[in-house]
Design a protein around this ligand. Structure first.
Ligand code: HEC
Length: 394
């Protein structure tokens, strides 16, 4: 009964995570779009926005959606009277983070024996996982307080280097799939912490000043704005980690951490294209760089060539390994405790069923992701035999 109820908890959290994440990213993309598309209402001689007298509207944008016209107005920093109600946007971020951590607990940390055990035992592996989320935020936040932050390109490369190092370190301490998910959770934690510790507090100070009718302190807006911009660039990499779950050839590749870094960097470039386009700046070079980088990744990861017949492994040799090490879970009614149905509906009982997913079997078994947590105690020679069989199927 418990595994069944845990499956529902897992499903409910995943559903919530997706809904809240869509609301968070949707709001963030919308406000980014709004900022890029608001036309200044009054322009100076060189086209710059002239902040008008107190409370002046500095820009507006018209849009049509769902059968109605909308006009959004952007106000200057000084407002005469605090409007009621004033809408804030934070529950999306907090719910996304809380449901994400819930998923991490239900899927990875509670089931550490299955999902976290690899180079490390369950306890230390979970400690590394939890620690990575805290260390990630602390290091990033400290970096944001150095002068480096004023030089966006250098800052971007340093952060990229640190994330890559984290991906490498986690890949050498945790099973491939858990390593990916923890890098994603680390980025997600930084994004949510940016909202909680910086963006919302600085907005609160801004609003407090306005409520007291005091002149604006632009540094508050700038501080929150910078972290918002960082979050904006982090959205595509974090979404990649989420979907990578369904693509074992990414995290299961022998250089999974390089793949993560390369695809993450491409995601940042794609985001940059949209930001440049939004600001009306030239973005052709950035599109070209994204295409080149995407092509290099696809070519570099192209599958291994078919193995020669010398190390040919027949299905007769592979079958008993699959039956003893995999079929406990991957069968119509699994015997492995905790499994109520074959994971992902994947049944590995016959040669045809196994051949159909041979490529996945190759990556999953070679990278040690399967058998899950090596709960079925597969030996190294068996692993080598099964991988050789899988490679020969291409
Ligand atoms: C203890 C249970 C268990 C054992 C034993 C096990 N698996 Fe899995 N396997 C899983 C689970 C759980 C998933 C689903 C992962 C997910 O949610 O994406 C899975 C997924 C897979 C996938 C699909 C990956 C994808 O994303 O499409 C393949 C291929 C696979 N296993 C192969 C194997 C092979 C080969 C063996 C034996 C060497 C094996 N598994 C043993 C639990 C197990």
């Amino acid at each position: 009964m418990l595994p069944y109820l845990l499956d529902w908890a897992h499903l409910a959290l995943r559903w919530l995570h997706l809904i809240a994440g869509a609301a968070w990213i949707g709001a963030s993309f919308y406000f980014n779009w709004l900022n890029n598309n608001i036309r200044p209402v009054s322009l100076g001689p060189t086209g710059e926005v002239v902040p008008g007298p107190e409370g002046e509207i500095v820009g507006d944008v018209w849009s049509v959606h769902g059968g109605a016209f909308y006009r959004a107005l952007k106000k200057g920093y000084t407002i005469e009277k605090l409007p009621e109600p004033l809408h804030w946007f934070y529950w999306e971020a907090y719910t996304t983070w809380l449901s994400g951590i819930g998923l991490m607990i239900v899927v990875y940390w509670v089931n550490a024996a299955a999902w976290m055990v690899g180079p490390l035992e369950a306890g230390p592996a979970v400690a590394v996982g939890v620690g990575s989320l805290i260390v990630g935020w602390v290091v990033y936040d400290l970096l944001c307080k150095t002068p480096l932050v004023a030089r966006p390109a250098v800052f971007g490369w340093v952060v990229f280097g640190l994330f890559t190092a984290a991906a490498w370190a986690l890949s050498s301490l945790l099973p491939a799939r858990a390593a990916y998910m923890h890098v994603g959770a680390m980025i997600g934690t930084i994004m949510a912490a940016n909202v909680y510790f910086v963006i919302i507090p600085s907005q609160r100070k801004m609003v407090d000043l306005a409520a007291k009718g005091l002149p604006p302190d632009l540094s508050f807006g700038a501080e929150g704005g910078l972290r918002s911009l960082h979050n904006n660039y982090l959205t595509l990499p974090v979404l990649f980690v989420m979907v990578s779950n369904h693509f074992p050839f990414t995290y299961g590749s022998p250089y999974g951490w390089v793949v993560l870094a390369a695809v993450g960097a491409t995601g940042v470039m794609i985001r940059h294209v949209f930001n440049l386009k939004g600001k009306g700046q030239a973005y052709g070079a950035c599109v070209a760089a994204s295409v080149v980088s995407g092509t290099v990744i696809v070519l570099a990861m192209a599958p291994w060539p078919k193995q020669d017949a010398a190390i040919h492994v027949s299905w007769e040799q592979a079958a008993p390994i699959v039956a003893s090490r995999c079929a406990g879970c991957h069968t119509a009614s699994p015997s492995q405790p905790g499994f109520t149905s074959p994971p992902l509906g994947l049944v590995l009982e016959t040669e045809a069923q196994s051949r159909a997913v041979a490529a996945k079997i190759g990556t999953m078994v070679a990278s040690g992701v399967m058998p899950l947590g090596n709960l079925t105690a597969m030996t190294e020679p068996e692993r080598a035999t099964l991988v050789a069989w899988a490679k020969a199927q291409r």
